[in-house]
Design a protein around this ligand. Structure first.
Ligand code: BG6
Length: 486
């Protein structure tokens, strides 16, 4: 009899200190994720959550702010209201003005008075990156940069190689690299982690996973939403820095990396970094930029910030030489769809060619593996089959479909749930190491410079993005409405 594995790993009781805890990211993502882990039993009554903000707020006011963001996650939980109240007993709200020297000293007394020695203290900087340095100083001067302390930051960590290095230097002046957790929330997504399982826990794909059998790879992250209330931030960054530098390059790394010897933080990140270092500098003609029609009105000024980017990337190494990776992401497109489509080369010789039938001769039906990151998470393998019945060898495209939604009864956890628990467990595998971040900027900086010399093509909201020709007829129909309805 096989022993059943526990559903979730034990997480040591920890103190989360969310600096900027009354802000948008905290209310939308961080606190709801902790609540869901509380409901799952991973966050226990021994945890403490300190919400650090600039404004005085009591728990009732905090709850009122939080509730709209928890409504959706609470819908599927029995006794959700009662559980939320129990969870909120772990929360303490503290007003600290980080701009004032020594303003964390009093808080340090509260924190350390109850903390057992060595218990993880997790500082989550949910604030503007320009304040990262100041926050680190406050933590340090309050004597809270202890060996068990951890620091969590999210992008944007700089807007180019130089500023990223400078911001990281600020973090590293207080914490060591082993204490810093740089979040790319795409790495916390279940399907993204499953990509590693697909590649490295199965044998059938590895033999084909190279330039001998793969024709091209397309990575798409399409969004329906526009920039909404984030125009101030977004207009300074654009799609290249907001999405390509991090989420899309991380997906590319996971698809392209060599198998690490062990599934641990150093080895996985070493392999990802090797991919980033092998990227061939992009060419001007391989980059297409777009901007959705209403964007300038939303921002309130004429601007050339791109809300869509598509580019062709080549990886100069033995495995991938000559295989184009087509990457694209955009806002206000027809649908929300993130997926990786791997198109295999055609059969070397077509024994059905002379039959003059569908799928024979000139008409190619390449095999494709489609990894659907979100929504409708799953895998599809496109094959060629024989149409049943007499009348000769009629071929047609068929597919093997593994829908995670249908296969697993349980809800797929949100990326932040996984990442927040990994931080408490001290597992950095799904976080970005400094050298990875810098290697990504090294690739991106010249693309940003090229983008500044281009005017983005205007595209209609709710459509397919600009009519670029970059992908030619290789484009896989990610926006095919028939598929979306299916
Ligand atoms: C964020 C970007 O990192 O990712 C946003 O700043 C983007 O612009 C978001 O909308 C997309 O994340 P998800 O999880 O909704 O695909």
């Amino acid at each position: 009899m096989t022993e059943s594995l526990p559903q979730s790993a034990i997480v040591p009781p920890s103190d989360y200190v969310i600096i900027g805890g009354t802000g948008d990211l905290s209310l939308r993502k961080i606190v709801p994720a902790l609540f869901l882990r509380y409901v799952a039993g991973q966050v226990t009554d021994d945890f403490r959550i300190f919400i650090v903000g600039r404004h005085a707020l009591d728990l009732a006011e905090f709850k009122a702010k939080l509730q709209p963001h928890c409504r959706e996650v609470m819908a599927g939980i029995d006794n959700a209201a009662k559980l939320l109240d129990q969870f909120l007993r772990l929360v303490e709200i503290t007003r600290i003005d980080m701009s004032v020297a020594n303003s964390m000293v009093g808080f340090a007394d509260t924190l350390l008075a109850k903390a057992h020695a060595g218990r993880p203290i997790i500082f989550y900087l949910s604030i503007a990156p320009s304040l990262f340095g100041v926050a680190c100083r406050r933590i340090d001067e309050a004597g809270l940069a202890l060996p068990q302390s951890r620091l969590v930051v999210e992008k944007p960590i700089g807007h180019d190689l130089k500023s990223s290095q400078a911001t990281n230097d600020e973090l590293l002046s207080t914490f060591t690299e082993e204490q810093i957790y740089r979040i790319d929330h795409y790495l916390g997504k279940e399907t993204v982690q499953n990509l590693m399982a697909l590649r490295f826990a199965n044998v059938i794909f590895e033999a084909l996973w190279n330039n001998r059998y793969i024709d091209n790879i397309q990575i798409t992250v399409a969004e329906i939403v526009g920039v909404g209330g984030r125009a101030d931030y977004y207009d300074k960054y654009g799609a290249i820095r907001d999405m390509l530098q991090n989420h899309l390059l991380q997906l590319l790394c996971l698809v392209a990396m060599e198998p690490p010897a062990r599934f641990n933080a150093d080895q996985v990140r070493n392999e990802k970094k090797r991919v980033l270092e092998a990227l061939r500098p992009a060419k001007f003609e391989d980059v297409v930029l777009g901007q959705y029609q209403e964007y300038a009105d939303e921002v309130g000024a004429a601007t050339t910030t791109e809300t869509y980017v598509a580019l062709k990337i080549l990886i100069d190494n033995w495995r991938w030489a000559g295989v184009p990776f087509y990457i694209r992401t955009g806002k206000k497109l027809a649908t929300r769809a993130s997926e990786i489509a791997i198109t295999f080369k055609n059969r070397p010789h077509d024994i059905f060619a002379k039959n003059g039938i569908r799928g024979g001769g000139d008409e190619e039906i390449p095999n494709r593996l489609i990894i659907r990151v979100q929504p409708h998470e799953g895998l599809r393998l496109l094959l060629t089959s024989k149409e049943p019945g007499p009348g000769g060898m009629r071929l047609f495209p068929s597919e093997l479909n593994l829908s995670f939604g249908e296969t697993f009864d349980e809800r797929l956890p949100d990326a932040y749930e996984r990442l927040l628990m990994d931080i408490a467990r001290g597992n950095q595998t799904l976080f970005m190491r400094l050298d990875e971040v810098l290697a990504a900027w090294e690739f991106i900086d010249p693309i940003v410079a090229m983008a500044q010399k281009q005017t983005p093509l205007i595209y209609r909201a709710g459509g397919f993005g600009p009519e670029d020709t970059l992908f030619g007829n290789q484009t896989y129909g990610w926006l095919d409405p028939k598929e979306e309805e299916a």
